[in-house]
Design a protein around this ligand. Structure first.
Ligand SMILES: O=C(O)CCC(=O)C(=O)O
Ligand SMILES: [Mn+2]
Length: 206
């Protein structure tokens, strides 16, 4: 058995197939309004292999000149992000243990061959809220370590319908996706994996 770092929770099989299909429909509607685009690394401008979009009041973006940040509009269309679908807010309410709504939902699309290097989610002002991430479509190899770069990591396979919660002592754990396993799910029309990452960005006013 793999022991996950403290504060890191893997909720396997949380979503029923019907909920997964409903979420995919919701995400198709989001992508129709806010198309997936290829983000770029700060400074180098090197493209990420994962394509992205967002829903919510704020979206996470990155490009060569502006770096990692949240902004209220889509970088290509200039329009506000679509709102977070109610099913996602319901999942947040059930799992986050945090009394305020999420503000950002990053939509990551991994085509076969796409990956995401080890990183911390630390562009938010509010670390009291967890990061809640949802896997849909093809399975992936997810890797998570401690809060220091270069420490021991553990790898787990995430399947469609699984959730990962990084909260409390695990909120700033390094994590990444080493690979996806094309052809392991028939939820999507094409091979690939969708990851939805729900986050609170701002600190609520007292
Ligand atoms: O795809 C995943 O499971 C993780 C995505 C992630 O860590 C991120 O978007 O910050
Ligand atoms: Mn992350």
């Amino acid at each position: 058995m793999t022991e996950l770092p403290s504060g890191v929770r893997h909720v396997a099989n949380y979503l029923t197939p019907a909920d997964q299909a409903a979420l995919v429909d919701d995400i198709r509607a989001v992508v129709a309004e806010a198309p997936l685009y290829t983000p770029a690394m700060p400074r180098t401008g090197k493209p990420l292999s994962v394509r992205m979009t967002n829903c919510g009041a704020l979206g996470w973006v990155t490009d060569r000149d502006g770096g990692y940040r949240y902004q209220p509009t889509h970088p290509a269309t200039g329009r506000p992000w679509p709102s977070i679908p109610p099913l996602l807010t319901a999942i947040w309410n059930a799992l986050s243990g945090y009394p305020h709504p999420p503000e950002a939902c990053l939509v990551n699309f991994y085509a076969p061959g796409a990956r995401m290097g080890l990183h911390q989610d630390r562009d938010e002002d509010e670390f009291a809220a967890p990061v809640l991430s949802i896997s849909l479509g093809d399975a992936c190899l997810f890797r998570v370590g401690g809060t220091q770069r270069g420490g021991r990591t553990v790898s787990i396979r995430l399947e469609s319908g699984d959730l990962v919660v990084l909260g409390g002592a695990g909120r700033l754990c390094y994590h990444g996706v080493d690979r996806i396993y094309p052809g392991t799910s028939d939820l999507l029309r094409q091979p690939g994996r969708i990851n939805l990452t729900l986050r609170r960005v701002t600190r609520p006013k007292p």
